[in-house]
Design a protein around this ligand. Structure first.
Ligand code: UFG
Length: 336
């Protein structure tokens, strides 16, 4: 069975991917430094799947520790999630972001080279399309700039992987460009549970629904969109996780570098998402309209055709599923 190293495997998208890997018969090996995740996620993965993944509490920048992971296990391929990911924070502490996200990827790639591992699935982001491309975003558009240090680390790592493939044509790197993942595993045991006050929309909505925050502030209702609020391509995290399995299958007998969007192909506004959350969970979320947030683009979503053609993947969950499952997790988490 294929051994897959999953860095950041205790995090939000990582943990959902580990569950789907186990369900599909893969042997995931989880590396996570727990800087933004909790160790009990490993227990929860075991409760859901009946199988405990091998877990190393290791920072990917620690080369010796990473060598040990590779020598303890015969690793066939790598999915690299581990990274800092808060856009606003990256503007305040850019050096930490560049050091952590880039150093960890370089170290991981060097150790992969030492051990002859040639399959790399990278956790990239729609942010690499930058502020100037028209939407829907398509993979053949120039994706060479971003609007935050966080986003720039994604642009730079895509570049590093592309250059590496040029030098090593028998390597395979899949750059998965995620749109906006939300929602939770149906068990309500895994989900997006950031430390402190959430920056992203769904975790914020969830805390308001749980009564832990007073109300949602919608950042601007005067954008050039149908209802004036920003539009994004929200996709269910379980769909996103399955996209990684499809990418692994695809990479198994391929060489080269391939960028692939993972999104639904539909734009949903902040206001629509709030109303969908109300309807799915039978509540009325308190909100106010506030000023725009710096750096937000009015609207973007994916052209989702390439994932369909190349990977045979498309998102299947509805916005209602996303809202219901997000609340199921948040409700449980708030009762602890
Ligand atoms: N929003 C609110 N109120 C909040 C939080 C968010 O109105 O309290 C709005 C934002 O203005 C935006 C939408 O909800 O219109 C989505 O915001 P998120 O912060 O959830 O997501 P973003 O689209 O800003 O960020 C995502 C990813 C990043 C990526 C970025 C740019 O989380 O990884 O897209 O592509 F860098």
């Amino acid at each position: 069975m294929m051994n897959v190293l999953v860095t950041g495997g205790a995090g939000y998208i990582g943990s959902h991917t580990v569950v789907e890997l186990i369900n599909a018969g893969y042997e995931p090996i989880v590396v996570d430094d727990l800087s933004n995740a909790k160790e009990d996620v490993i227990d929860r993965i075991e409760i859901i799947t009946g199988k405990r993944p091998v877990f190393y509490k290791v920072d990917c920048k620690d080369k010796e520790a990473m060598r040990k992971v590779f020598s303890d296990n015969k690793i066939d391929s790598v999915i690299h999630f581990a990274a800092y990911k808060a856009v606003g924070e990256s503007v305040r502490i850019p050096l930490e972001y560049y050091r952590n996200n880039i150093d960890s990827t370089l170290t991981l790639m060097e150790v992969m080279e030492e051990f002859g591992c040639k399959k790399f699935v990278f956790s990239s982001s729609a942010t690499v399309y930058g502020p100037n491309n028209p939407y829907p975003y398509k993979e053949d558009m120039k994706a060479i700039e971003s609007s935050s240090p966080y986003g720039w680390t994604k642009v730079m790592i895509e570049r590093i992987l592309t250059d590496y493939v040029t030098a090593h044509p028998d390597y395979c790197a899949i750059l998965l460009r995620y749109f906006n993942p939300i929602g939770s595993h149906e068990s309500g045991l895994l989900g997006d549970d950031p430390n402190g006050i959430p920056n992203n929309l769904m975790p914020y909505i969830s805390r308001v629904a749980a009564g832990q925050l007073e109300k949602l502030t919608i950042y601007g209702d005067d954008y050039p969109t149908p209802d004036g609020t920003c539009q994004r391509d929200y996709l269910h995290v379980v769909d996103l996780a399955i996209g990684h399995l499809k990418a692994l299958e695809y990479a198994e007998n391929k060489e080269g570098v391939e960028a692939i969007n993972l999104g639904t192909g539909n734009g949903v506004s902040v206001m629509e998402l709030v109303h969908a959350f109300d309807k799915a969970n039978d509540m009325e979320l308190p909100y106010v309209i506030g000023p725009r947030r710096d750096g937000d683009l009015p609207a973007f979503w994916a052209d989702a055709e390439k994932a369909k053609t190349l990977l045979g993947w498309e998102a299947t969950h509805s916005v209602e599923d996303m809202c219901r499952s997000a609340w199921k997790f948040a409700k449980k988490a708030s009762e602890k």
